[in-house]
Design a protein. Structure first.
Length: 286
């Protein structure tokens, strides 16, 4: 491996060092006047390079100039489709800020059947498409969790709850008074639920969350369906309030979205059973 690195071009070594330091893999725009993430979110070079001395010393060159360099002239140039395919491989476990500009990354990963790590209003969680049996299976494997332990789902808005669970027996305004917030509501799935039968098989109820956290709600809204959601830790281990606490799971996720350290404890959400009309039961205090 040492020989490979020693003979590599400076740009490859630079990319490797940045990757190790937690920066996403970078690509070139046609004139290298902008440095951008492979998912096409631009970042002006004069802003970015000032924070990375090795980049700040690079001269801005055009695509034609790059092709003349010995280290590039002997290499085949990737087409856009090849570049996109490689970017998916490079980005496995990439850490990105949990900000609106990266919602697209999260949604694309979910649609590809991948697992992502996201902040909520209580803990960091692992999320995937609740209607993809393969993605749900991946979450169980990542956590080392028994398939008999049910997963909750996350939606973006109160009006979405009735798409996946029975709400007709609830008093008017109850859902809006509880959600969004640090609670998981257990409701009957009912025959009209849009959830796949493969999610929590043999269980007629479903836990539904709408975290009071902008990023995951934006992701769920743009994704357009329910997300399976569970805490970002291996079964039997402590839950996580910052991404460093589940670093061993990063490589299992398409993306890890960093929302900084969460300001609450590790108790998770309060779980409330609302399956019976006019009754409620607290299954777990948060």
């Amino acid at each position: 491996m040492a020989n490979v690195i020693n003979n590599a071009s400076p740009l490859i070594i630079l990319g490797t060092n940045l990757r190790r330091r937690g920066f996403p893999i970078l690509g070139f725009s046609p004139c290298f006047k902008k440095i951008h993430h492979t998912r096409s979110f631009p970042l002006l070079s004069n802003q970015f390079c000032s924070n990375i001395p090795r980049l700040a010393r690079l001269e801005l060159v055009g695509t034609s100039d790059l092709r003349k360099l010995p280290c590039f002239s002997a290499m085949g140039e990737l087409g856009q489709e090849d570049h996109e395919n490689l970017s998916h491989q490079w980005e496995t476990g990439a850490v990105l800020p949990a900000s609106e500009i990266h919602v697209k990354n999260a949604v694309e990963a979910l649609r590809d059947g991948k697992v992502i790590a996201v902040p909520t209003d209580t803990l960091y969680g692992l999320a995937c498409d609740a209607c993809s049996s393969g993605a749900v299976q991946s979450i169980y494997e990542i956590k080392g969790r028994s398939m008999t332990s049910p997963l909750a789902v996350c939606v973006s808005d109160v009006l979405d709850v009735e798409r996946f669970a029975v709400t007709s027996h609830l008093p008017d305004g109850l859902l809006h008074s509880l959600l969004p917030g640090p609670v998981t509501l257990v409701l009957d799935r009912g025959k009209e639920s849009l959830l796949e039968k493969s999610l929590n098989p043999g269980i007629d109820t479903i836990g539904i969350r709408i975290p009071e956290s902008d990023f995951i709600r934006m992701v769920a809204r743009d994704f357009g369906s329910a997300l399976a959601l569970t805490s970002a830790n291996q079964s039997g281990h402590s839950s996580s309030v910052c991404i460093e606490e589940f670093k061993q799971l990063w490589q299992e996720c398409a993306y890890v979205f960093d929302g900084a350290q969460l300001p609450v404890g590790r108790a998770g959400s309060t779980i409330v059973d609302l399956t019976r009309p006019n009754f409620y039961k607290i299954l777990r205090p948060g």
